[in-house]
Design a protein. Sequence first.
Length: 323
Amino acid sequence: MRKKKKKKTKKLEKSKKIISKVKKKISKINLKKTKIAKITKQIKYLKELNLLLQRKKKQIISKQINQLSKISLHRLANFTSQSLNKAYEDFKKKRKINKLKQIKLEKRKKAKQIKKEKKEQKRLDLINKKIILKQIKKEKKEQKRLDLINKKIKQKEAKEEQRLKQKEEKRLKQEEEQRSQEEQQKLQEEKEQRQKEQEEQRQKEQEEQRLKKEEEKQRQQEYYRHRAFAEEQRQKEQEEQRLKQEEQQKLQEEKEQRQKEQEEQINQHAEQQKLQEEKDQRQKEQEEQQKLQEEKEQRQKEQEEQINQHAEQQKLQEEEKKD
């Protein structure tokens, strides 16, 4: 028993060592892959830079063309040819510089990579030879052990699959039963809901009929009330209209009386004015007559004075003659 245990422990240690060595090899291979991926990324980056330069040059050329659209044809041709030549020469120089830089970088990277790969390849070749020799011996023993393990595993998997299948079948049956119960419950609930809705609908219809009857009664009562109110209103309006007509007649009579009084007052005032005018006219005539009388008297006095003066002058002349 102890010998068997020792053998098993040795086998396990050997298998662990083999697995560790294989893992190391895989990690080294992954490092190579990462280095190759980095190189490809750098190449893509350089390509993108070239594309950006080309786009910028195109943009510059388009701007220059837009600026030169305002210039005359002769100047435009000269300017465009010069600018295009300069841009093309600059582009060539930059492209050559970028290509040279890229070539140098690629050469350095390739040289480094080749050296590393050669060293790694030699080391790997030696390791592979040792491993292959050991592995060939161990694989035979391991294969037998694995076959036994696989058989046991397959048996366990078959049993587990059967158990899972049985569980799944039971679960499906339970789910189907639950679904059928839920469907029955839903159908029962739907029936109850329909019955409730029908009962509610019937009650609503009865309520609506009752309300309609009450509304008709109220309408009839309101109609009779409205008719009575309308009749009273009509009588009131007729009475008010009659009173208004009487008031209008009274007002009309009062207006006519006032108009008559006003006319009489106007006539009296007109007669008074006429009498006053006649008096004024008479007074004016009297005043005129007085003025004429006074003028006549004044004239007579003047004539008498003139006569007296003339008589005095004659007397004076006679006296002078006598003297």
